[in-house]
Design a protein. Sequence first.
Length: 306
Amino acid sequence: MDLRNTALGTAGNGPGPVLTAMERLEQTPVADGAIEAIRRAVRALPLGAARDVLHGRPIGHPAHPPLVQVPLGAWFSSAVLDLLPGQRRAAHALIGVGVVTAVPAALAGWTDWAELPPEQARVGLVHALTNSVGLCLYAGSFLARARGRTWRGRALSAAGLAAVSAGGALGGHLAYRQAAGANHAEGVTHLVGEGWHRVGPVADFAVDRPVRASVDGVDVLVVRAAGGAVHVLADRCSHMAGPLSEGEIADGCVRCPWHGSVFRLSDGWNVKGPATAPQPSFETRVVDGHVEARLRPFHTPRPSSP
């Protein structure tokens, strides 16, 4: 087998047709109007505190990926049971489980999708629509089986499995190629060296005003509080790398200007999503009129109110 001629291509031959199609999808603005309308509708849903739960803030990472494992597992298992004699009722039940559990998984996915930048939102929309087709096919399969039309139900299930498999491939591109849902601030802990680093003169940091500075070559947000304390967080938001130094300071927190995630200045705790991971934070001290900072040892801050 000549690995140089695989469907995905190689570094020598350039991207293959699959990757090329994905990249074209990322750059095609034809659906941007619809994307913006759907985005506004999702953001307008009266979810309240459930929105952060759907984002996955309580578990520290997006909730959508683990939620989709239940319907996908149920549907794949039903496909295996369809191949075995005497398992019609079990297969039927698993399809029903998949249809029901796909609903919260989809809601979590749409909630995350509404906060994505254009390139990711374009891929995410096709991912969602493909999976929606699969869900409809499986719902049709469930109804067909309930009416005794077993072969029609199996055909619809097979088509549904193909659809959600394609949707899964798109989701993989979204998560791993485009880093949707990844912690965009995680690398800070590997870039900043140990020990104290000089940030700048105290006089350079106005009270309760966000200022961008640098610690060991890494951009940071510096805020000097009215009481004299100096807070330093990684500047790039863990959600989508938005510049926190351009955000709003209020109630001891900073709000990201891109998607509204709120982080506590004292320790970087993510008080409000869509960010699911806290910001890397720094201990500070003032030496000879200069602010110095060192990366705070990893810990899980207590999620109290700011």
